[in-house]
Design a protein around this ligand. Structure first.
Ligand code: ADP
Ligand code: MG
Length: 243
């Protein structure tokens, strides 16, 4: 059964390091069932934003809401595991000593039958049926990434945060895995916030792009809008080196 995706909202989210706001009053709304790409150059504050939403970094200011309910703010600070959020990071390695099936089932709290049904369903979704008993080292990089996706989705997160999940893969593999990932995310039904520094990835995957620079959101809109009507010269230049 598909999940009911949630609405994720940040209001004036701020994080300072050594007096400098690396995330500076970021307000975002991620619509249920949509992929929002947080796009911007390296160092602009994308990962810090994601980490605050995940609950592994504490904001200095601002508010985070899921379906209108505060999960972080003046009166609340829910721990990461209580936020119903799935995470996928580039360097989120699989557990090498566990099989593919055990990796996918790792965060699942369910009885044996439900567990194995869920694992089977997910392996089929990522086109890895029959790989359950293999170990990660027997898989290619792209296959490992698909296992990581299945593992992140196993507990049916209503919100999925992805930080440059494809940047460790070579170009040849990327288009395919981007498409598979999108398909699986839509089938599973999550609100997705995908961080990337690559314009072509955002243009390919996003329903909505939030363009970030120097800790701030400088523009947001559909890929078509952001690409064709850049907010300023720097935004135009950022998109100009893709072909
Ligand atoms: P991005 O993911 O867009 O590349 P980050 O969110 O990782 O950017 O980092 C934004 C800025 O914050 C960078 O200048 C980085 O050096 C700084 N930064 C991140 N984490 C810390 C930290 N724990 N201490 C000090 N500075 C940090
Ligand atoms: Mg980063």
């Amino acid at each position: 059964m598909p999940n009911t995706p949630a609405r994720l909202e940040t209001r004036s989210l701020t994080r300072r390091f050594g007096g400098r706001a690396v995330v500076d009053a970021v307000s975002l709304t991620i619509a249920p069932g949509q992929v929002t790409c947080l796009l911007g150059p390296s160092g602009c504050g994308k990962s810090t934003t994601l980490r605050m939403i995940a609950g592994v970094e504490t904001p200095d200011d601002g508010q985070i809401l899921i379906d209108g309910a505060e999960v972080f703010g003046p009166v609340t600070a829910l721990p990461p595991e209580a936020r119903g959020i799935g995470l996928m990071f580039q360097d989120f390695a699989l557990f090498p000593h566990l099989t593919v099936a055990q990796n996918v089932g790792f965060g699942l709290k369910a009885d044996r039958a439900a567990r194995s049904a869920r694992i089977g369903e997910l392996l089929e979704r990522v086109n890895l049926s029959g790989y359950g008993d293999k170990h990660p080292h027997q898989l290619s990089g792209g296959e490992q990434q698909r296992v990581a996706l299945a593992r992140a989705l196993a507990p049916r997160p209503r919100i999925m945060l992805m930080d440059e999940p494809f940047s460790g893969l070579d170009n040849r593999l990327r288009d395919g895995i981007r498409d598979t990932t999108l398909e699986v995310l839509k089938e599973e039904g999550a609100a997705v916030l995908l961080v990337t520094h690559e314009p072509d990835e955002a243009l390919r995957m996003a329903d909505e792009i939030a363009l970030m620079r120097g800790g701030r959101i400088v523009q947001r809109g559909s890929p078509y809008h952001v690409y064709n009507s850049p907010a300023d010269k720097a935004a135009a230049a950022f998109f100009s080196d893709i072909n």
